[in-house]
Design a protein around this ligand. Structure first.
Ligand code: PEP
Ligand code: MG
Length: 926
């Protein structure tokens, strides 16, 4: 058997094999092989990492020999020697898994330094300050990452010396200061580990490689993978990249920076990034010094700026995606150290994808597939109300757009705690670090006082689509005292703040926000999506306003209008109450006669707004007691009214008595009894008592399984009659007025074909009457919801009566699991998800194994009877991307979801169709 190869030089590794070499390693290989100036190095595979972890944290046989051989090769290529006192080779050791997990694992720089090679660097560069700076960075990173030492053991002595020397920035420290600091760091290592700092570069390298392997199972990395659902299939183990060090801190002809080939916040097609002269990469990323915008380089280092522009063009035309790259300039020589697909917010992702398609760099399919449907949610972010009058308290950098308000918290744990209790929080930090990640998850927005637009806080917030203001230097954050000061203003923990990641402004208190617009790039992208999709996307909407919004988001019709929501408006609730409380058919009919024109107008307006798209109207569904107040409320109201009745009588008596007391002054006696009169109060009591009596008579132990839906329609046919007539008359009136309309009458909670037949009969008889009145045929569809298990089992029979089916997966999930949809989500479901009894919340993510099976059966049986049957879904799952993909595969005709999810559903529907294409199937099979 061939020996497994664990190490690949950048010149030989397969740049497409991210699974084996990690994203960073594969890119280093690819960049090297397409001729970019990458410092020489090699990649240790993810297989080696897994082998190491599997063997109880022991390097797999042969790994270290291969590493040694590659180091020898590196020495040859660079002409330097690892541990060579005269011409020392220094390397960086970096992690990198198949899926980018920014900042989640560890990196060690300047490895190979010790007291002897240090002297070599000093002799070679003649720059003692540079050499000590490199050494102290190495000891610090090695101590932290490889030896597990806490930050403070390094930060405290470092800050103490900076303070003593009055140095504001690290750059102000002298060689002597750095030498002293290095000594303190070496002592700290000795003190912490009980052993001197490892001197032998080979030993340093072996320890460092193992530390990077270990970081794969570190808490940060594990949390990150869990949060972003990164499964072992997507990324398993980290690769380790060993790369020759190049130095951006070799003087004023050296620099380091990070760049994006396009602006990651707006998508604008100009290079974006930041750099620092005479600095090392970590200074930029960690936000230790505030860097300069990349455009400044055009003035400061014009020829290098031009080279950087060329590098950017090569990266984009090769990778055909926006790249996030790191570069270093060492004494006038530009090196590209890393590139990866840039993490962008949704706005930028959509804009760059559309622009790259329009410029011919990618095709429409690629543009669509590279955007995760769920991220479109970000585009509907609120912005500050343009009419607000608030004055900003401070300004920072606009690191991630969107405006948000929340309570200030000063550490990630507290953010998590408050977030869990339902508070909206803003995490306020001097700068953030990867270990703050749980605080990001719990926060609405992030505010930092240090760091640029590519600092950790900015990058992570952007990736998550959360608003972020970074580098707000006017703020002094005191984490221990849990407060921040801005000039005279003190912000304590829990105080409300508003941050605007679009402008960088920070406000005290709540500033009103407004909904975001729907940008034209997104419209373009989604118009491409619609052309690729097989599923239509409809909206659940109950009012013309909702319908207009849904249309503006691209809905192709209304898949569910819940008519009960129309009954709740204040102008009709009294009539609905009268209908419910009615004791006789005449009384009920009287109320329904009043409701008819109102409902007719409701439907007319909807048809008009949605014309020429279909509008699916569901006949009344909930148990009618839902329109009545609760029993305790009624009892308390009656009690108050009784007290008022007695008071009113007392007031009447008082008024009469005053006349007796001063008969000569009757005119001047105030009309104290004019405000409420006893008869009105008595009438109110009577009404409330009637409602209470009705409420008690309607009481059910399990109302959701009780007298509702079609059962209501069959027992009170006059209610459905009114609704059906309103729909058909509205349709007739629209047609008369030249408005094309396509009503679909939908019956809820059906479980037997007989129920559907009974409503169908009603519909046909009203149809005949309306047609006779207007002298014309009506065109509409009649269908059934499938939301109880029996309906699915009898789909063939129902299909004989119905033109269409719509799966009500909210109720169908409830019915399939026998989980109350009202209670499960805040009782046992969170625990079920936590202990993995259920992987997802089935009310959010369609349970394809159970509910999905029922759907498949119903579709099969329904279409055996009626092959062209239109079948859709209108439960919440209709807006969930994975569920939409399932709906596509089982052959649904449409999905219907709430208006804000329509864009997500349109893209998800296109993804489902595109992923079925032979090219994509081949890709996923690989
Ligand atoms: C359903 O049950 O999925 C449905 C859409 O109806 P509702 O949520 O109104 O019960
Ligand atoms: Mg339902």
């Amino acid at each position: 058997m061939d020996k497994i190869k664990f190490v690949y030089a950048f010149t030989e590794g397969d740049g497409k094999n991210k699974k084996l070499l990690g994203g960073k390693g594969a890119n280093l290989c690819e960049m090297t092989q397409i001729g970019l100036n990458v410092p020489p190095g090699f990649t240790i595979t993810t297989e080696a990492c897994l082998g190491y972890l599997d063997a109880g944290h022991r390097p797999p046989a042969g790994l270290m020999q291969e590493v040694h051989q590659h180091m020898a090769q590196l020495e040859k290529v660079t002409g330097k020697g690892f541990g060579d006192v005269n011409n020392p080779l220094l390397v960086s050791v970096r992690s990198g898994s198949a899926i980018s997990m920014p900042g989640m694992m560890d990196t060690i720089l300047n490895l190979g330094l010790n007291s002897e090679t240090l002297q070599g660097i000093i002799d070679q560069t003649g720059d003692e300050r540079f050499a000590y700076d490199a050494y102290r960075r190495f000891v610090q990173l090695f101590g932290k990452v490889a030896l597990g030492m806490p930050d403070e053991l390094f930060d405290d002595p470092f800050d103490a010396i900076k303070k003593r020397e009055g140095a504001k920035e690290d750059i102000a420290l002298t060689a002597e200061n750095l030498r002293e600091i290095t000594g303190l760091f070496l002592d700290a290592v000795h003190g912490h580990t009980g052993k001197p700092f490892p001197h032998d570069p080979i030993e340093q390298l072996e320890i460092a490689i193992q530390a990077v392997f270990n970081s794969w199972m570190g808490k940060r990395a594990v949390d990150y993978r869990r949060e972003f659902n990164i499964t072992p299939k997507m990324a398993n183990g980290t690769a380790v990249n060993v790369c020759t060090m190049v130095f951006g801190n070799r003087g004023f002809d050296s620099a380091t920076g990070v760049g994006f080939t396009r602006n990651p916040a707006t998508g604008e097609n100009i290079m974006f990034g930041e750099y620092l002269v005479n600095a090392q990469g970590e200074d930029v990323v960690a936000g230790i010094r505030t860097p300069k915008p990349i455009a400044r380089m055009g003035e400061e280092m014009p020829s290098l700026y031009q080279q950087l522009g060329e590098l950017r063009d090569k990266l984009e035309s090769h990778y055909r995606e926006v790249q996030d790259f790191e570069f270093t300039i060492e004494r006038g020589q530009l090196y590209c150290l890393q590139t990866r697909n840039g993490k962008m917010n949704a706005h930028a992702m959509v804009r760059t994808s559309v622009e790259m398609t329009e410029s011919g760099l990618i095709d429409k399919e690629e543009a669509l597939l590279r955007i995760d449907p769920e991220v479109l949610q970000q585009m509907l972010f609120p912005q500050l109300d343009p009419n607000h009058q608030a004055t900003p308290l401070a300004q920072g950098l606009s690191a991630s757009p969107g405006a948000v308000c929340g309570r200030a918290v000063f550490d990630a744990d507290r953010a998590e705690q408050m977030g869990k209790s339902g508070e909206l929080v803003i995490l306020v930090r001097e700068e953030t670090k990867p270990e703050d990640i749980h605080g990001f998850f719990a926060s609405q927005g992030i505010l930092t006082s240090r760091g640029g637009k590519t600092s950790h806080a900015a990058v992570v917030a952007r990736g998550m689509g959360k608003p972020c203001v970074s580098g707000a230097e006017g703020i002094h954050v005191d984490t221990h005292a849990r407060k921040a000061t801005i000039g005279e203003t003190v912000i304590k923990e829990g105080e409300l703040l508003t941050i605007d990641g679009t402008s960088g402004n920070i406000y005290l208190g709540v500033v009103p926000t407004v909904e975001a617009e729907f940008p034209s790039d997104l419209k373009t992208l989604l118009s491409w999506a619609d052309k690729m999709s097989r599923l239509k996307v409809m909206a659940n909407a109950d009012s013309p306003q909702d319908a207009i919004r849904a249309l503006s988001y691209g809905a192709q019709g209304i898949g569910l209008c819940r008519t009960e929501r129309m009954f709740n408006a204040s102008d009709r609730l009294p009539i609905v109450l009268a209908m419910i409380v009615a004791d006789t058919l005449e009384q009920r009919q009287d109320a329904l006669d009043k409701l008819l024109p109102i409902q007719r107008k409701d439907f007319y307006d909807l048809f008009e707004v949605m014309s020429p798209h279909p509008v699916t109207i569901r006949l009344l569904d909930p148990p009618i007691h839902e329109f009545l107040p609760s029993e305790p409320q009624l009892i308390s109201e009656i009690e108050h009214l009784r007290q008022l009745s007695s008071t009113t009588r007392g007031v009447d008596i008082l008024a009469d008595t005053i006349k007796l007391l001063s008969p000569s002054d009757v005119e001047g006696i105030p009309k104290i009894n004019s405000l409420v009169d006893a008869r009105t109060v008595d009438a109110a009591i009577e009404k409330k008592e009637a409602i209470l009596k009705k409420l008690r008579s309607l009481h059910e132990v399990n109302p959701m399984l009780g007298h509702r839906g079609v059962r209501l329609g069959i027992t009170f046919p006059e209610i459905y009659t009114m609704q059906i007539r309103a729909i058909l008359e509205a349709s007739a009136e629209c047609t008369k007025n030249g408005i094309e309309n396509h009503p679909e009458i939908m019956v809820p909670q059906v479980c037997t074909a007989e129920e559907l037949k009974s409503v169908s009969k009603l519909v046909r008889s009203i149809q005949q009457q309306v047609e006779a009145d207007i002298g014309r045929k009506l065109i509409f569809k009649f269908g059934s919801m499938l939301e109880v298990v029996r309906a699915c089992m009898r789909a063939d029979k129902l299909a004989e009566e119905a033109d269409f089916f719509s799966f009500g997966t909210n109720d169908l999930t409830q019915a399939t699991f026998s989980f109350s949809r009202e209670d499960a989500e805040n009782k046992f479901l969170p625990m079920y998800n936590e202990v993995k009894i259920l992987r997802d919340n089935p009310f959010e993510v369609l349970d394809t194994n159970g509910v999905g099976k029922l759907m498949e059966l119903a579709i099969k049986w329904g279409r055996e009877v009626n092959p062209d049957m239109k079948i859709g879904i209108c439960g919440e799952h209709g807006g969930h991307p994975a569920s939409i993909s399932f709906c596509h595969h089982i052959g649904l005709s449409y999905v219907s979801c709430s208006a804000p999810r329509v864009p997500i559903a349109r893209l998800a529907a296109a993804h489902a169709a595109l992923k079925e294409s032979p090219a994509e199937l081949e890709k996923s099979a690989k």
